[in-house]
Design a protein around this ligand. Structure first.
Ligand code: FAQ
Length: 311
């Protein structure tokens, strides 16, 4: 009966075992996973654009090769995550339609422009840094295909974070103009990076249920705090500051106090009113439409191969 299936589902989740694609799961669990994993996949794919913007202007062959590899890794992450979503019974083509028609979200962070080359380093350091902070606990997510995908994704994101930090270290030991470029970029990205963790806990409608199902392991505010605590010492090593007058060590809490992100700005960006929201989707739509002939050719080839195997 359904009650027995639910009991078994709860037992698996509560004992920290994995739910696998063929296991019974509540509709709400399936829907939540499709929503979160698809949004995550879309973020990886849209997330290729801000840094991709600098591929043609990287200052050396070495920097260009590194950046190209990183952007390609993000494409790989998107494809893994679309595959993980497909195990829940949705089709990747449908997910792409949802993205380009604005029916599904992607991370707010990718709706900001990359105005200087320092942004490449700062995205690696702070954006990949925030992504790792959020995603390491997701390696223990209760849904097997998602948790397993996160393991490889996190390894690659760690490399991305280090390449960003290394690039910034190089710039910080360069000229005064380079140091200013890094600081200016940090000033623009700090608050949007904090927003990546989602709304504050008292305004996060999905957190409680996702935590009970062990899809999420920590609340948005817990992870945001962890990220701030991790980033401040790194900023000191680099020699940059964060644009937050309220940032201060709190010995009682053993953590940094920090200011409130602009949640109105966050809501506007999530609604599709970010500085580059329209451009990001237009680029994705154009890439999809320009790739139609590749999908048609691959489909025709697969059909012909299948037919000749039957003969
Ligand atoms: N942007 O109730 P909650 C990367 C939405 S890393 C846009 O708290 P939840 C790597 C949320 O969907 C970035 N929307 O939601 C990379 C919900 O709306 P809905 C991707 C946001 O799901 C680096 C509503 O607000 N990482 O790509 C955001 O429990 C460099 C209420 O929020 C992931 O997706 C936001 N920041 O918690 C690539 C990680 N925050 O769906 C290239 C996996 C919230 O009900 C270059 N996802 N919303 O219509 C998660 O951990 C969670 O989904 C959260 C949100 C924490 C993002």
């Amino acid at each position: 009966t359904t009650a027995d299936l639910e009991t078994e589902f709860d037992r698996i989740v509560q004992s920290d075992q994995r739910i696998e694609p063929r296991d019974w799961m509540p509709d709400g669990y399936r829907k939540t996973l499709i929503r979160q994993i698809a949004q995550h996949a879309h973020s990886e794919i849209i997330g290729m654009q801000p840094e991709g913007n600098w591929l043609t202007r990287a200052p050396s062959l070495r920097r260009k090769a590194i950046l190209m590899a990183k952007v390609q890794d993000e494409a790989g992450h998107g494809l893994y995550l679309y595959s993980a979503t497909e195990t829940l019974g949705v089709d990747r083509a449908e997910l792409t339609e949802n993205l380009i028609e604005g029916r599904q979200k992607y991370s707010s962070i990718f709706n900001y422009p990359t105005l200087s080359y320092a942004d490449v380093g700062v995205i690696g350091w702070l954006v990949d840094g925030a992504a790792i902070c959020n995603q390491v606990p997701l390696c223990r997510s209760s849904y097997g295909p998602y948790g397993r995908a996160m393991i490889r994704v996190c390894k690659e994101e760690s490399f991305h974070q280090r390449q960003g930090f290394e690039m910034l270290m190089t710039m910080m030991s360069g000229t005064q103009a380079q140091r200013e470029m890094v600081q200016e970029s940090v000033n623009r990205w700090w608050w949007p990076a904090l927003m990546m963790f989602g709304p504050p806990d008292d305004r996060s409608p999905n957190s409680a249920q996702s935590m009970a199902w062990r899809i999420k392991r920590h609340t948005n505010d817990e992870l945001r705090q962890r990220f701030v605590d991790m980033s401040v010492p790194q900023a000191e090593v680099l020699g940059v500051t964060f644009p937050d007058p309220d940032l201060a060590w709190n010995a009682d809490r053993g953590a940094y106090d920090f200011g409130e992100p602009d949640w109105d700005e966050f809501m506007q960006v999530v609604k599709g009113n970010g500085a580059t929201s329209v451009e990001r989707i237009a680029n994705r739509r154009a890439a999809h439409e320009n790739g139609a002939w590749v999908r048609a050719a691959a489909g025709a080839f697969a059909a012909r191969t299948a037919a000749s195997e039957k003969e």
